[in-house]
Design a protein around this ligand. Structure first.
Ligand SMILES: NC(=O)c1ccc[n+]([C@@H]2O[C@H](COP(=O)([O-])OP(=O)(O)OC[C@H]3O[C@@H](n4cnc5c(N)ncnc54)[C@H](OP(=O)(O)O)[C@@H]3O)[C@@H](O)[C@H]2O)c1
Length: 235
Protein backbone atom coordinates (compact mmCIF):
# COMPACT_ATOMS: atom_id res chain seq x y z
CA UNK A 1 0.00 0.00 0.00
CA UNK A 2 1.11 3.57 -0.45
CA UNK A 3 2.97 5.07 2.47
CA UNK A 4 2.40 8.74 1.63
CA UNK A 5 -0.85 10.59 2.29
CA UNK A 6 -2.33 9.65 -1.11
CA UNK A 7 -5.35 7.38 -0.59
CA UNK A 8 -4.87 3.79 -1.68
CA UNK A 9 -6.57 2.93 -4.97
CA UNK A 10 -8.56 -0.26 -5.64
CA UNK A 11 -10.27 -1.60 -8.75
CA UNK A 12 -12.83 -4.31 -8.06
CA UNK A 13 -14.74 -5.83 -10.96
CA UNK A 14 -18.41 -6.63 -10.41
CA UNK A 15 -19.10 -4.20 -7.59
CA UNK A 16 -22.88 -3.86 -7.79
CA UNK A 17 -23.75 -7.04 -5.89
CA UNK A 18 -22.56 -9.74 -3.54
CA UNK A 19 -18.91 -9.95 -2.53
CA UNK A 20 -17.78 -7.17 -4.88
CA UNK A 21 -20.28 -4.72 -3.39
CA UNK A 22 -19.37 -5.69 0.19
CA UNK A 23 -15.67 -5.10 -0.53
CA UNK A 24 -16.31 -1.86 -2.41
CA UNK A 25 -18.20 -0.43 0.58
CA UNK A 26 -15.61 -1.62 3.11
CA UNK A 27 -12.71 -0.01 1.22
CA UNK A 28 -14.68 3.18 0.57
CA UNK A 29 -15.51 3.41 4.29
CA UNK A 30 -11.79 2.94 5.03
CA UNK A 31 -10.90 5.95 2.87
CA UNK A 32 -9.67 4.16 -0.25
CA UNK A 33 -10.33 5.50 -3.72
CA UNK A 34 -12.45 2.73 -5.20
CA UNK A 35 -13.27 2.05 -8.85
CA UNK A 36 -15.73 -0.65 -9.81
CA UNK A 37 -17.85 -1.82 -12.71
CA UNK A 38 -20.88 -3.93 -13.66
CA UNK A 39 -22.98 -4.29 -16.79
CA UNK A 40 -26.30 -3.01 -15.39
CA UNK A 41 -25.65 0.74 -15.04
CA UNK A 42 -28.76 1.45 -12.94
CA UNK A 43 -28.09 -1.34 -10.47
CA UNK A 44 -24.48 -0.15 -10.22
CA UNK A 45 -25.35 3.49 -9.56
CA UNK A 46 -28.04 2.48 -7.03
CA UNK A 47 -25.56 0.21 -5.25
CA UNK A 48 -22.89 2.90 -4.80
CA UNK A 49 -25.22 5.89 -4.36
CA UNK A 50 -24.11 8.19 -1.54
CA UNK A 51 -20.54 6.88 -1.56
CA UNK A 52 -17.36 8.21 -3.19
CA UNK A 53 -17.01 5.00 -5.24
CA UNK A 54 -16.43 5.55 -8.95
CA UNK A 55 -18.71 3.27 -10.94
CA UNK A 56 -17.89 2.60 -14.58
CA UNK A 57 -20.73 0.67 -16.23
CA UNK A 58 -19.64 -1.89 -18.79
CA UNK A 59 -18.90 -5.49 -19.60
CA UNK A 60 -15.45 -6.82 -18.67
CA UNK A 61 -15.33 -8.74 -21.97
CA UNK A 62 -15.47 -5.42 -23.89
CA UNK A 63 -11.95 -4.14 -24.73
CA UNK A 64 -13.12 -0.49 -24.79
CA UNK A 65 -14.57 -0.87 -21.30
CA UNK A 66 -11.31 -2.38 -20.02
CA UNK A 67 -9.40 0.53 -21.61
CA UNK A 68 -11.71 3.00 -19.80
CA UNK A 69 -10.95 1.28 -16.48
CA UNK A 70 -7.21 1.33 -17.19
CA UNK A 71 -7.29 5.03 -18.15
CA UNK A 72 -9.16 5.96 -14.98
CA UNK A 73 -6.67 4.02 -12.83
CA UNK A 74 -3.76 5.73 -14.62
CA UNK A 75 -5.39 9.12 -13.91
CA UNK A 76 -5.56 8.15 -10.24
CA UNK A 77 -1.80 7.54 -10.22
CA UNK A 78 -1.63 3.75 -9.98
CA UNK A 79 -3.24 0.77 -8.36
CA UNK A 80 -2.75 -0.72 -4.89
CA UNK A 81 -5.32 -3.48 -5.24
CA UNK A 82 -6.95 -5.24 -8.19
CA UNK A 83 -9.74 -7.70 -7.37
CA UNK A 84 -10.88 -9.87 -10.28
CA UNK A 85 -14.33 -10.64 -8.94
CA UNK A 86 -17.02 -10.36 -11.66
CA UNK A 87 -18.06 -13.77 -12.88
CA UNK A 88 -20.61 -15.79 -14.80
CA UNK A 89 -21.92 -19.28 -14.08
CA UNK A 90 -22.70 -19.74 -17.79
CA UNK A 91 -26.15 -20.54 -19.16
CA UNK A 92 -28.81 -21.30 -16.54
CA UNK A 93 -29.88 -23.73 -15.38
CA UNK A 94 -26.37 -25.14 -15.05
CA UNK A 95 -25.98 -28.26 -17.18
CA UNK A 96 -23.76 -31.26 -17.80
CA UNK A 97 -20.90 -30.97 -20.29
CA UNK A 98 -22.65 -33.04 -22.94
CA UNK A 99 -25.48 -30.47 -23.02
CA UNK A 100 -23.12 -27.50 -23.28
CA UNK A 101 -22.91 -25.39 -26.44
CA UNK A 102 -19.15 -24.96 -27.10
CA UNK A 103 -19.65 -21.25 -27.79
CA UNK A 104 -21.29 -20.82 -24.37
CA UNK A 105 -18.32 -22.61 -22.83
CA UNK A 106 -15.99 -20.17 -24.58
CA UNK A 107 -17.96 -17.24 -23.14
CA UNK A 108 -17.56 -18.56 -19.61
CA UNK A 109 -13.78 -18.89 -20.13
CA UNK A 110 -13.65 -15.43 -21.71
CA UNK A 111 -15.60 -13.66 -18.94
CA UNK A 112 -14.08 -15.39 -15.93
CA UNK A 113 -10.59 -15.98 -17.33
CA UNK A 114 -9.38 -14.25 -20.49
CA UNK A 115 -11.05 -10.85 -20.07
CA UNK A 116 -9.87 -10.55 -16.49
CA UNK A 117 -6.35 -11.58 -17.50
CA UNK A 118 -6.39 -8.93 -20.22
CA UNK A 119 -7.46 -6.30 -17.65
CA UNK A 120 -4.78 -7.47 -15.22
CA UNK A 121 -1.92 -7.37 -17.74
CA UNK A 122 -3.04 -3.97 -19.05
CA UNK A 123 -2.67 -2.68 -15.48
CA UNK A 124 0.83 -4.12 -14.89
CA UNK A 125 2.56 -0.71 -14.87
CA UNK A 126 -0.10 0.82 -12.59
CA UNK A 127 0.26 -2.11 -10.16
CA UNK A 128 4.06 -2.05 -10.24
CA UNK A 129 4.06 1.70 -9.59
CA UNK A 130 2.44 1.09 -6.18
CA UNK A 131 3.66 -2.44 -5.46
CA UNK A 132 0.00 -3.47 -5.76
CA UNK A 133 -1.74 -6.72 -4.93
CA UNK A 134 -3.93 -8.81 -7.27
CA UNK A 135 -6.68 -11.04 -5.88
CA UNK A 136 -8.47 -13.36 -8.28
CA UNK A 137 -11.74 -14.54 -6.74
CA UNK A 138 -11.77 -18.29 -7.22
CA UNK A 139 -14.04 -21.12 -6.13
CA UNK A 140 -13.83 -24.61 -4.72
CA UNK A 141 -15.07 -25.66 -8.18
CA UNK A 142 -11.58 -24.74 -9.51
CA UNK A 143 -10.18 -27.81 -7.77
CA UNK A 144 -13.23 -30.05 -7.19
CA UNK A 145 -15.33 -31.71 -9.88
CA UNK A 146 -19.05 -31.20 -9.37
CA UNK A 147 -21.67 -32.27 -11.89
CA UNK A 148 -22.83 -29.29 -14.03
CA UNK A 149 -20.03 -27.03 -12.69
CA UNK A 150 -17.40 -28.05 -15.31
CA UNK A 151 -16.98 -24.90 -17.45
CA UNK A 152 -17.35 -22.56 -14.47
CA UNK A 153 -14.85 -24.59 -12.43
CA UNK A 154 -12.41 -24.77 -15.36
CA UNK A 155 -12.73 -21.00 -15.84
CA UNK A 156 -11.81 -20.44 -12.20
CA UNK A 157 -8.82 -22.80 -12.52
CA UNK A 158 -7.85 -20.76 -15.58
CA UNK A 159 -8.12 -17.50 -13.62
CA UNK A 160 -6.09 -18.95 -10.72
CA UNK A 161 -3.35 -20.03 -13.10
CA UNK A 162 -3.17 -16.71 -14.93
CA UNK A 163 -3.18 -14.63 -11.74
CA UNK A 164 -0.43 -16.70 -10.15
CA UNK A 165 1.65 -16.79 -13.35
CA UNK A 166 1.34 -13.00 -13.59
CA UNK A 167 2.72 -12.79 -10.06
CA UNK A 168 5.65 -15.06 -10.96
CA UNK A 169 6.39 -12.95 -14.03
CA UNK A 170 6.13 -9.52 -12.38
CA UNK A 171 7.09 -10.19 -8.77
CA UNK A 172 3.76 -8.72 -7.65
CA UNK A 173 1.85 -10.27 -4.75
CA UNK A 174 -0.94 -12.22 -6.44
CA UNK A 175 -3.49 -14.51 -4.82
CA UNK A 176 -6.27 -16.85 -5.92
CA UNK A 177 -8.85 -16.78 -3.12
CA UNK A 178 -11.77 -19.15 -2.70
CA UNK A 179 -14.32 -17.11 -0.72
CA UNK A 180 -16.50 -20.11 0.16
CA UNK A 181 -20.25 -20.23 -0.34
CA UNK A 182 -22.02 -16.91 0.16
CA UNK A 183 -25.64 -15.75 0.19
CA UNK A 184 -25.65 -13.85 -3.12
CA UNK A 185 -27.65 -13.69 -6.37
CA UNK A 186 -25.05 -15.92 -8.05
CA UNK A 187 -25.47 -18.60 -5.38
CA UNK A 188 -29.25 -18.40 -5.79
CA UNK A 189 -28.86 -18.76 -9.57
CA UNK A 190 -26.80 -21.90 -9.02
CA UNK A 191 -29.41 -23.37 -6.68
CA UNK A 192 -32.75 -22.13 -8.04
CA UNK A 193 -35.67 -22.48 -5.66
CA UNK A 194 -33.39 -23.57 -2.80
CA UNK A 195 -33.31 -21.79 0.53
CA UNK A 196 -29.76 -20.35 0.65
CA UNK A 197 -30.25 -18.45 3.91
CA UNK A 198 -27.75 -20.78 5.65
CA UNK A 199 -24.89 -19.43 3.48
CA UNK A 200 -22.81 -16.67 5.12
CA UNK A 201 -23.30 -13.07 4.01
CA UNK A 202 -20.49 -11.81 1.73
CA UNK A 203 -19.67 -9.17 4.39
CA UNK A 204 -18.15 -12.01 6.43
CA UNK A 205 -15.50 -12.66 3.73
CA UNK A 206 -14.32 -9.04 3.51
CA UNK A 207 -12.21 -9.05 6.73
CA UNK A 208 -10.38 -12.14 5.42
CA UNK A 209 -9.51 -10.37 2.16
CA UNK A 210 -8.36 -7.29 4.08
CA UNK A 211 -6.25 -9.48 6.38
CA UNK A 212 -4.63 -11.14 3.36
CA UNK A 213 -3.85 -7.71 1.99
CA UNK A 214 -2.29 -6.67 5.27
CA UNK A 215 -0.31 -9.87 5.80
CA UNK A 216 0.86 -10.35 2.21
CA UNK A 217 1.71 -14.03 2.59
CA UNK A 218 3.48 -15.98 -0.12
CA UNK A 219 1.85 -15.86 -3.54
CA UNK A 220 -0.62 -18.73 -3.97
CA UNK A 221 -4.12 -20.11 -3.63
CA UNK A 222 -5.94 -19.53 -0.32
CA UNK A 223 -9.28 -20.34 1.25
CA UNK A 224 -10.66 -17.11 2.69
CA UNK A 225 -11.72 -19.00 5.83
CA UNK A 226 -8.08 -20.00 6.45
CA UNK A 227 -6.76 -16.42 6.45
CA UNK A 228 -6.05 -15.44 10.06
CA UNK A 229 -7.90 -12.39 11.29
CA UNK A 230 -5.98 -9.83 13.33
CA UNK A 231 -6.48 -10.24 17.06
CA UNK A 232 -8.82 -7.70 18.60
CA UNK A 233 -7.35 -6.29 21.80
CA UNK A 234 -9.53 -7.15 24.80
CA UNK A 235 -10.41 -4.41 27.30
N1 LIG B 1 -21.65 -16.74 -4.13
C1 LIG B 1 -20.93 -17.81 -3.85
O1 LIG B 1 -21.36 -18.71 -3.11
C2 LIG B 1 -19.55 -17.96 -4.44
C3 LIG B 1 -18.80 -19.10 -4.10
C4 LIG B 1 -17.51 -19.23 -4.62
C5 LIG B 1 -16.99 -18.24 -5.45
N2 LIG B 1 -17.76 -17.15 -5.77
C6 LIG B 1 -17.16 -16.11 -6.61
O2 LIG B 1 -17.25 -14.88 -5.89
C7 LIG B 1 -17.31 -13.79 -6.83
C8 LIG B 1 -18.49 -12.89 -6.48
O3 LIG B 1 -19.69 -13.64 -6.65
P1 LIG B 1 -21.07 -13.15 -6.06
O4 LIG B 1 -21.76 -14.36 -5.60
O5 LIG B 1 -20.84 -12.00 -5.16
O6 LIG B 1 -21.80 -12.67 -7.43
P2 LIG B 1 -23.02 -11.70 -7.69
O7 LIG B 1 -23.69 -11.27 -6.44
O8 LIG B 1 -23.82 -12.34 -8.77
O9 LIG B 1 -22.30 -10.40 -8.31
C9 LIG B 1 -21.60 -10.47 -9.52
C10 LIG B 1 -21.17 -9.06 -9.91
O10 LIG B 1 -20.43 -9.12 -11.14
C11 LIG B 1 -21.03 -8.27 -12.12
N3 LIG B 1 -20.75 -8.86 -13.44
C12 LIG B 1 -21.13 -10.10 -13.87
N4 LIG B 1 -20.70 -10.27 -15.13
C13 LIG B 1 -20.02 -9.15 -15.47
C14 LIG B 1 -19.33 -8.75 -16.65
N5 LIG B 1 -19.29 -9.53 -17.74
N6 LIG B 1 -18.72 -7.53 -16.65
C15 LIG B 1 -18.76 -6.73 -15.56
N7 LIG B 1 -19.42 -7.07 -14.43
C16 LIG B 1 -20.03 -8.26 -14.40
C17 LIG B 1 -22.51 -8.24 -11.72
O11 LIG B 1 -23.22 -7.12 -12.21
P3 LIG B 1 -23.96 -7.16 -13.66
O12 LIG B 1 -24.74 -8.44 -13.71
O13 LIG B 1 -24.78 -5.93 -13.71
O14 LIG B 1 -22.85 -7.14 -14.67
C18 LIG B 1 -22.36 -8.15 -10.20
O15 LIG B 1 -22.00 -6.81 -9.82
C19 LIG B 1 -17.41 -14.44 -8.21
O16 LIG B 1 -16.12 -14.48 -8.77
C20 LIG B 1 -17.87 -15.85 -7.92
O17 LIG B 1 -17.50 -16.75 -8.92
C21 LIG B 1 -19.02 -16.99 -5.28
Amino acid sequence: MTTDTTPSVALITGGSSGLGLALVHALDDAGWTVVTDARDATRLSDAIAGSAVRGVPGDITDADHRAALRDLVAELGGLDLLVLNASTLGPLPMRPLRDYDPLDMGEVFRTNGGAHAALMTSLADELLRRDGVVIGISSDAAVQHYETWGPYGASKALLDHLVLTFGAETGLATYAVDPGDMRTPMQQDAFPGEDISDRPHPDSVVPRLLALLEQRPERGRYLAADVTLPEVASV
